[in-house]
Design a protein around this ligand. Structure first.
Ligand SMILES: [Fe+2]
Length: 393
């Protein structure tokens, strides 16, 4: 084989460590220095970046087939013993090779170490949630684009960032919502089934199956884990009325913090009860209306007035809770925070059910047919798809 062919084919080289990692890391700079320091191995890369990694960290991250399962890529090594004797250190083709005192050899790709140096910002293909701003316009992605990796990536990114996105120009066929959802992950089933129809029906067991207007709400706050992502596919919308309404919990919680930090404290620190009951189910959960993380960011909303159960609180807390709840309700339903549009046949709206509240205006069931099909997905599956697509796109 001549040298030109070798360069073009870049055959796997004996000195190029394989890290058992599917996200790309091979493009990082090579190491120019690796020396034993008192607190670990001091490293320097070609671009001047430096770090020192503790010996136990390096031993723990050994990617050899004995330390990391070659098929599952899962960790086999258990770091229970401190490393007392330093290894011998070598750089081969710019990658780090260590031989430990017991004879075990660990090899680390320079690009893999570069990504994982403690000084590097954690990067992710998955965007952080970004609260809506004035005149927020959701991303529209055509059905045919969604079927391509780039279109799917755009939809997933918008969903995880904005908590709401539309697919347009889809076919008017039953179950299309299930086919689209199954590209992302398994359907999340609830007591209403894995796939549900939204249209007025006789003897409804839920407000969604009537023609009345639905104020903003999340679905199933009476579950310990309400569904993450809701998908609603419009097959018919000829009835007058029935416009879709949405409001971003991440934005409204910020507005509440500005207007009344006390109300935010009450709603985020007072668990209340939610409950659904019919002939075969009685599903209930006690949790606050707003859950925040330690930084004050919204983790989840639980707001659904028709399945809020009896308020069980100390008497002296009740009036303050009701007034905080009323303030939040008014903020959600103020025009400034509401997004309103008519879902057209062939359009699918998807939203983060635990962040973005949804509702609809009343419709006249005698003026035409209205038929939506819906299902739910886990947010983990959206993030997973995005990471997989980011490997190649
Ligand atoms: Fe709903």
């Amino acid at each position: 084989m001549n040298s030109t062919a070798e360069t073009t084919l870049t055959p796997p080289h004996a000195n190029t460590p394989e890290m058992g990692e599917l996200s790309p890391y091979q493009a990082g700079p090579v190491l120019t220095q690796a020396t034993l320091a008192h607190n670990g191995i001091a490293l320097e890369w070609l671009d001047g970046q430096k770090t020192t990694l503790p010996l136990l960290w390096l031993r723990d991250h050994c990617a050899c087939p004995a330390c990391r399962h070659p098929q599952t890529r899962e960790r086999l090594y258990l770091p229970l013993e401190p490393i007392t004797e330093p290894p011998s250190v070598a750089l081969l083709d710019g990658h780090l090779h260590l031989q430990w005192q017991d004879g075990h050899v660990s090899a680390f790709h320079s690009g893999w170490l570069y990504q994982r140096r403690p000084e590097a910002e954690l990067t992710s293909a998955v965007p952080n949630a970004k609260p809506w701003v004035d005149n927020f316009t959701p991303e529209h992605i055509s059905h045919s684009d969604f079927l391509t990796p780039l279109g799917e990536k755009a939809w997933l990114t918008a969903m995880l960032r904005d908590g709401l996105a539309l697919i347009t120009d889809g076919p008017l066929v039953e179950e299309e919502v299930s086919r689209l959802a199954e590209r992302i992950g398994p359907l999340r089933a609830t007591n209403f089934g894995a796939r549900f129809d939204v249209r007025s029906k006789p003897n409804p067991n839920n407000a969604a199956y009537t023609a009345v207007g639905l104020p903003l709400h999340i679905d199933l706050p009476n579950w310990r884990q309400p569904p993450d992502i809701q998908l609603l596919y419009c097959l018919q919308n000829g009835a007058s009325g029935g416009e879709s309404l949405f409001a971003d919990g991440a934005r409204v919680v910020e507005a509440l913090r500005q207007e009344s930090p006390e109300a935010l404290t009450i709603l985020s620190e007072t668990p209340i009860d939610f409950r659904f009951q019919d002939e075969t189910h009685d599903i209930s959960m006690r949790a606050p209306v707003i859950t925040l993380d330690s930084a004050g960011n919204l983790v989840e909303m639980r707001l659904n007035n028709w399945i809020r159960d009896a308020l069980h609180l100390p008497v002296e807390q009740m009036d303050a809770w009701y007034s905080a709840y009323a303030l939040l309700w008014k903020l959600f339903h103020s025009e400034a925070h509401q997004l309103e549009f008519t879902l057209r046949p062939g359009q699918m709206v998807a939203f983060d059910n635990r962040r973005v509240l949804h509702g609809r205006r009343e419709f006249d069931p005698n003026s035409g047919a209205r038929h939506l099909q819906g299902t739910y997905l886990d947010r983990d599956m959206l993030a997973s798809r995005l990471r997989v697509l980011a490997r190649n796109v």
